[in-house]
Design a protein around this ligand. Structure first.
Ligand SMILES: Nc1ncnc2c1ncn2[C@@H]1O[C@H](COP(=O)(O)OP(=O)(O)O)[C@@H](O)[C@H]1O
Ligand SMILES: [Mg+2]
Length: 192
C-alpha cells in the first residue's frame, strides 16, 4: 500500500508507475486497487470506468470478480474506487475487505493499493493494518520531519510494516539537494 502525509504528494503517480513496472517484469498478474474512496483518480490515470469498483463490492452490490477491470497494459488489472461511499473508513475496516485481500492474494502476484493521506481521516491507517507492507511517500520541500515522524508512529500503532519511504519530486539539479548530498558525497570520496 502507498500512502503519504497529505493530498497531492504523489501517491497515485507512484502506484501507477509501480504497478506498470511490476506488470512489465512478467513475474505474474498485477492488481492495482484504488483505496482512496474519498478522492479517487486511479481510474482516470489507468483509463477505466470509476464504477463498479471497491465501494460497490464492499457495500455488497457486486461480487469481487465483477469489479476487477482489465487495463490496456498486459498483466495489469485494476479495481477502481467505485462511487464515493458515505462511510469509507467503515468499509475499509470490514471483514469483507480482509477476505477479499486474502482471495486476491491467491490470484495476483502483486497487489498495490492506492490510498488517501495519513492525516485528516483514518482510512489509510485502517488499511495499513491489513496489508503486507506500506510505502510512505514524502514530497520534497513539503513534508516536515515532525509530520513524517508522526505518520510513522501512526502506522506503528496499527502494527503496519513500513517497507520504506520514497522522497518524491526532488530537484536533483537544485543547489539544496546537490549541496546536501552530491557535494559532500563527492568531497568525501575525493579525500579517500
Ligand atoms: N515527481 C513528480 N514530478 C512532477 N509532478 C509530480 C511528481 N509526483 C507527482 N506529481 C504531480 O503532482 C500531482 C499530484 O500527484 P498524485 O500522484 O495525484 O498525488 P496524490 O495521489 O498523493 O494526491 C499530479 O498532478 C502529479 O502529476
Ligand atoms: Mg491520489
Amino acid at each position: 500500500m502507498v500512502t503519504s502525509l497529505q493530498p497531492a504528494d504523489g501517491k497515485t503517480s507512484l502506484v501507477t508507475n509501480l504497478a506498470i513496472t511490476l506488470a512489465q517484469l512478467g513475474a505474474g498478474e498485477v492488481l492495482a486497487i484504488d483505496g482512496d474512496m474519498r478522492r479517487p483518480n486511479l481510474h482516470e490515470v489507468l483509463a477505466v470506468q470509476q464504477a463498479p469498483g471497491l465501494s460497490t463490492f464492499l457495500t455488497g452490490q457486486a461480487e469481487l470478480a465483477d469489479v476487477i477491470t482489465a487495463t490496456s497494459i498486459p498483466n495489469l488489472s485494476v479495481i477502481p474506487s467505485g462511487r464515493i461511499p458515505l462511510n469509507p473508513a467503515e468499509l475499509l475496516a470490514s471483514a469483507r475487505l480482509r477476505e477479499a485481500i486474502e482471495a486476491l492474494g491467491q490470484r495476483f502476484a502483486y497487489i498495490v493499493f492506492d490510498t488517501g493521506p495519513i492525516f485528516g481521516v483514518s482510512d489509510a491507517t485502517i488499511l495499513a493494518g491489513q496489508v503486507e507492507g506500506v510505502v510512505l511517500v514524502l514530497r520534497h520541500g513539503r513534508a516536515s520531519r515532525d509530520a513524517a515522524q508522526r505518520a510513522i508512529r501512526n502506522l506503528a500503532s496499527v502494527r503496519a510494516r513500513l517497507l520504506g519511504v520514497i522522497l518524491n519530486d526532488v530537484d536533483v539539479r537544485g543547489n539544496g539537494y546537490y549541496g546536501y548530498y552530491g557535494y559532500y558525497g563527492y568531497e568525501a570520496r575525493k579525500e579517500q
